[in-house]
Write a protein that binds this ligand. Structure first.
Ligand code: PGA
Length: 244
């Protein structure tokens, strides 16, 4: 269960979140728990979560290890800050910051090179779904954004299927729609990396996951977890997702 805080929460708000959240998930051993705060709250989050099973991730990274790239943060820096994971290619990065399948692949490789687990995000926009292109879009994103990774690298990533039309809109994909998309992604994984790798890859669903719809989604064997935006900001709501 992964929370993506996007551009929300100061350090003080981060500390307050963990104080309430950690006791609520102390007994949750059925899943891995990940929270991705903004960079400047990572140190507070890492400190608050140390000694617990909660892992901390960043929301983005640069594909070079260092250099003249004003405003950017590299994979070794993310790792050094205590993060274990990093989101790569979230649709908001693709939409507002010009990320492409090529940059997604470069960033995923950089993350893996630094020992981070990249959570690689894919998903179609509304008009693409409406014109029947969902599977073609997922195929292209997989082949160009993920497919260049080696089999060894593929074994160390997570994938998040996030239909863009369901993010922050309250429009959740139905469990069947999500499972269909996950099957399409797994089919790509099978074609490129083989049966065992496809069976082993964990695919999270993201897009308006809330305490009242998480059970139906998680009942799908194809859905291995959730990447949660809005509902991860409140400690009680995210804890109830973790404890679904
Ligand atoms: P949401 O965001 O849960 O607020 O729809 C999901 C995401 O962007 O990862």
């Amino acid at each position: 269960m992964a929370g993506n805080w996007k551009m929300f929460k100061t350090s003080a708000e981060t500390a307050a979140f963990f104080e309430k959240f950690l006791p609520l998930v102390a007994a949750a051993e059925h899943c891995e728990v990940l929270i991705c705060p903004p960079y400047l709250s990572v140190a507070t989050a890492v400190q608050a979560a140390s000694g617990t099973r909660v892992r901390i991730g960043a929301q983005n990274l640069h594909w070079k290890n260092e250099g003249a790239f004003t405003g950017e943060v590299s994979a070794p820096m993310v790792r050094d800050s205590g993060c274990t994971h990093v989101l790569v290619g979230h649709s908001e990065r693709r939409q507002f910051f010009g990320e492409t399948d090529k940059s997604v692949n470069d960033k995923a490789a950089a993350a893996l090179g630094a020992g981070l687990t990249p959570v690689i995000c894919v998903g179609e926009r509304l008009e693409q779904r409406q014109s029947g292109e969902t599977e073609a879009v997922l195929t292209e994103q997989f082949q160009n954004g993920i497919g260049p990774l080696s089999p060894e690298q593929f074994g160390r990533i997570l994938i998040a299927y996030e239909p863009v039309w369901a993010i922050g809109t309250g429009l959740v994909a139905t469990p069947d729609q999500a499972a269909d998309a996950h099957r399409a992604i797994r089919a790509q994984a099978r074609a490129r990396y083989g049966e065992a790798a496809a069976a082993g890859i964990r695919i999270l669903y993201g897009g308006s996951v809330k305490p009242d719809n998480v059970k139906g989604l998680m009942a799908q064997p194809e859905i291995d977890g959730a990447l949660v935006g809005g509902a991860s900001l409140d400690p009680f709501s995210f804890a109830s997702l973790v404890n679904f």
